[in-house]
Design a protein around this ligand. Structure first.
Ligand SMILES: [Fe+2]
Length: 425
């Protein structure tokens, strides 16, 4: 029986299908463009290759091609009788994610990797910031992610993907130098691993290395296909550093060409969350933001996320609606937010509404419920700095500048030296 490059037996007798599958696996795990095309080639070479169809479903999901994802998943389910136990469980995990059963999918992956830790495409579902652990909404999910990658790491040896996943977990639990060292090892093995470039940038952000980080990531992006999974989000990191350096022109160029609706080619959750975050962080830093940008983003959010449920998206949608003056849309989220952190999205939505009305005391009252548990809303620490800066700005507007500085110094010391907040520098 043939095997993938992680040593997992795969139910195909076609060497061509195996080779295409393995190429897709590498591209997918590295966040590079072309994974879906490679997986499609695998099932073209062997139409009965169940795992190949499941991989198509997974890659289509990650490029927002949901119709194809569902049909590929259906085909994988039909062919599952040809698969072995490892493949059946792998296919089950992907099917659960695609059908929106995140808690069940998480439990299935955690059980599956106990017996098949090197089933990377299944293990990947729980890894990374936007994975099933990252979006669990649970207290301690950053520590849980670290425990997860710590348990898998010994099974992977000198593997660039797992190194980058564990390095990411280290970074998000404050072990920045250890993260950076491991990420450099990953990049030495695969310089085009976008996950490693991404979290090397996070380590640089956490270390306050604005100039070096911006230069590194700008150079790395020069060879990164703009259709790739992380392109828009990496542009967001560049835009953030440009903002911190006072280079508004470069920031707006990154927004317009790589981050915002119309310019970005990535997943809707990245387009919404990254655009909302950079627009509001620009406002907090004192840059004027055209109200038309907020209205465009509010329309995009209403179109792409008409129902609540993805809490990280919902909180950014609420920000967009508040800043665009779209009261009905904001009220829908504030009144009915569901999802893994819906209980936090509701007060956050009310806070954004109060902020838009310059009711700073009202905003503070709502944020008090959110700030002790921001980890639960999802996203990276760099992304959740949106909330830290929002909170500090509300304090500042209330005339509590010392309290605003103290809040940053206690909660996010990396922002305290030169806060990207007009009036507090
Ligand atoms: Fe990031």
């Amino acid at each position: 029986m043939l095997a993938d490059s992680y040593g997992n037996a795969i139910s195909t007798s076609s060497q061509a299908a195996r080779d295409h599958y393995d190429r897709g696996l590498k591209l997918f795990l590295g966040g590079e463009y072309g994974a879906l095309e490679a997986f499609r080639a695998a099932v073209n070479a062997d139409p009965d290759f169940a795992l190949g169809h499941a991989a198509c479903a997974r890659a289509a999901m990650m490029s927002a091609q949901i119709v194809e994802a569902k049909s590929a998943n259906q085909r994988a389910q039909e062919l599952v009788r040809n698969a072995d136990t490892r493949e059946r469980r792998h296919i089950d995990c992907i099917g659960l994610v695609l059908s929106g059963q995140a808690p069940r999918a998480r439990a299935a992956v955690l059980a599956h990797v106990q017996t098949h830790p090197r089933d990377a495409l299944a293990a990947q579902l729980c890894a990374n910031v936007f994975g099933l652990i990252g979006f669990s909404g649970e207290v301690g999910r950053e520590a849980e992610l670290l425990a997860y990658t710590s348990s898998l790491l010994p099974h992977y040896g000198e593997d660039w993907w797992m190194m980058s996943m564990h390095a990411l977990s280290l970074c998000e639990t404050g072990q920045v130098e250890a993260s950076r060292d491991l990420m450099e090892n990953s990049l030495a093995l695969n310089p085009r691993n976008a996950n490693a470039a991404h979290f090397k940038a996070h380590a640089q952000y956490e270390a306050g290395e604005t100039i070096a980080g911006r230069a590194y990531l700008t150079g790395w992006l020069a060879d990164y296909d703009d259709r790739s999974m992380l392109h828009g989000h990496l542009q967001w990191h560049v835009a953030l550093w440009a903002l911190h350096q006072g280079d508004a022109n470069a920031m707006w160029q990154a927004v317009d060409t790589g981050i915002a609706p119309g310019g970005a080619k990535g997943l809707p959750i990245n387009v919404l969350t990254d655009t909302a975050a950079i627009l509001y962080r620009a406002e907090l830093a004192g840059l004027p933001v055209d109200p038309g940008r907020w209205l465009t983003l509010s329309d995009y959010a209403a179109q792409m996320f008409p129902q609540t449920g993805q809490s990280f998206a919902d909180l950014h949608a609420a920000l967009s609606h508040a800043m665009a003056g779209q009261g009905d849309r904001l009220a829908h989220i504030a009144d009915s937010a569901t999802g893994f952190a819906g209980d936090l999205v509701k007060p956050l939505a009310r806070a954004w509404g109060a902020i838009a009305r310059e009711n700073w005391a009202g905003a503070l009252n709502e944020l008090i419920a959110v700030m002790p548990a921001t980890e639960r809303v999802g996203g990276s620490r760099a992304q959740r700095d949106l909330l830290e800066l929002t909170y500090a700005n509300v304090l500042l507007k209330l005339g509590l500048a010392d309290e605003a500085r103290r809040s940053l110094a206690i909660r996010r010391p990396i922002l305290a030296g030169a806060p990207p907040l007009a009036g507090l520098t």
